[in-house]
Design a protein around this ligand. Structure first.
Ligand code: V47
Length: 379
């Protein structure tokens, strides 16, 4: 039996098997195929070569210190202007209480991002990190996107190096992948005109990597962008990774239109999401990990995406995240999964669930988190 009825996919399968790098045109051709199972098989072969049957997850919590933001991104349903009644900024005590709950629930990571809030001094962020690190030294602080770094440097008139150094001194351990959205113009300016541009996002990633920290990268798809925009985005990340080597993981983020300025759009289909996962895995030959973020994909599609190149499904506890405060693709708005449910989800898809810390060291728990369900299966 031929690998694919699509001759182009069969040709690219040979290229992938020989370890050759795929080009821009190859990426566009893979998106164009109607042979979804063959595309999945190809991405799965790369995923299995890198990770075998292992699917990683972690026990984490998202925390947004403030939802006040001036960026006005068209795809965002989270931000508020300072005068809106539900605008908030957490003080240190609140933040410690939330982090304390997360630690009690067994979290190893706090994922911290927030709005670009011009009412706050830079010391708000360093004090926040120092307090969290002081109280919970075991908690990995994955905090602030390249867009926030750019805002800090401009707004507080500091050099990039100073911003990075002072946040690391305060307790920063690594950075999440947000703010990348879609790099290519004019799409980027149409959806997030007030965020830093692609070159700046990539430049800051390089600087954070040079300072010794790992970061992630995202791609927001399924809104107004073209397939060429997506391929361009992935290849720019690949080029940056060749130079600075600090990206751990790509997270393709399926656009969820509800409560955004783009709510008239349908969002990506299931097939589109699986193709995007597979092409991401195939183009990013220098990224170790590709994550199926279940909060945006939904649990069922995230499970299938593990057969389309993804080898990580993110966290158990995403409650309180900017992608969950206002919405979740899950019909009951459930944005929290127990460790045992997540393990079952992975095993049911035919993979071996491995709990990891933020930088992909496997974690072996000697006993369950204090509030974990009694039937929790330990990894
Ligand atoms: O940059 C905002 C996206 C990102 C919507 O690093 C939306 O491990 C879909 O970066 N529909 C922030 N997506 C979240 C993020 C992230 C999430 C999980 C794991 C990691 C990681 C990083 O969320 C934003 C934007 O691209 N986003 N609004 C929306 N309506």
């Amino acid at each position: 039996m031929n690998f694919s009825h699509d001759r182009k996919v069969a040709e690219l399968a040979a290229k992938v098997e020989n370890g050759e790098r795929l080009s821009f045109d190859d990426g566009v051709a893979l998106f164009a195929t109607d042979d979804l199972p063959a595309l999945g098989k190809l991405a799965d072969s790369v995923r299995r070569r890198k990770h075998g049957r292992t699917t990683y997850f972690n026990v984490n919590r998202h925390f947004n210190p403030t939802n006040v933001c001036y960026a006005d991104c068209k795809f965002c349903g989270f931000y508020r202007t300072p005068r809106q009644p539900d605008a908030y900024t957490h003080n240190i005590d609140d933040s410690l209480r939330i982090a304390g709950e997360a630690v009690k629930e067994g979290a190893t990571e706090l994922h911290i991002t927030g709005g670009l809030n011009t009412k706050l001094p830079f010391s708000y962020f360093t004090d926040l990190l120092s307090a969290l690190k002081g109280h919970f030294p075991q908690l990995h602080l994955k905090a602030f996107t390249m867009v926030e770094f750019d805002h800090f440097a401009h707004f507080y008139k500091m050099s990039d190096e100073d911003v990075i150094e002072r946040l690391i001194e305060a307790g920063l351990d690594s950075c999440p992948g947000g703010g990348a959205e879609i790099f290519r113009e004019p799409t980027r300016s149409m959806i997030c005109a007030h965020k830093c541009d692609a070159d700046r996002w990539l430049e800051l990633s390089g600087k954070v990597h040079a300072a010794g920290l790992k970061t992630n990268a995202t791609m927001l798809y399924g809104h107004i962008e073209s397939i060429e925009d997506r391929v361009d985005h992935l290849l720019r990340l690949r080029t940056q990774q060749d130079q600075s080597h600090g990206f751990q993981c790509l997270i393709p983020l399926a656009f969820y239109p509800e409560k955004t300025q783009l709510s008239h759009l349908p969002g990506p289909s299931g097939v589109d999401s699986l193709k995007t996962m597979a092409v991401s895995r195939l183009l990013l030959d220098n990224f170790d990990h590709v994550k199926a973020y279940w909060v945006m994909l939904g649990k069922r599609l995230a499970q299938v995406a593990l057969h389309y190149g993804a080898n990580d499904i993110d966290g158990t506890i995403t409650e309180g995240g900017e992608l969950s405060e206002s919405y979740s693709i899950e019909s009951n708005n459930e944005v929290k999964m127990s460790l045992s449910d997540l393990v079952s989800l992975i095993e049911d898809a035919g993979f071996e669930a491995v709990e990891r810390d933020t930088v992909y060291n496997p974690i072996v728990r000697s006993n369950a988190p204090s509030n974990a369900p009694a039937n929790v299966s330990l990894v």
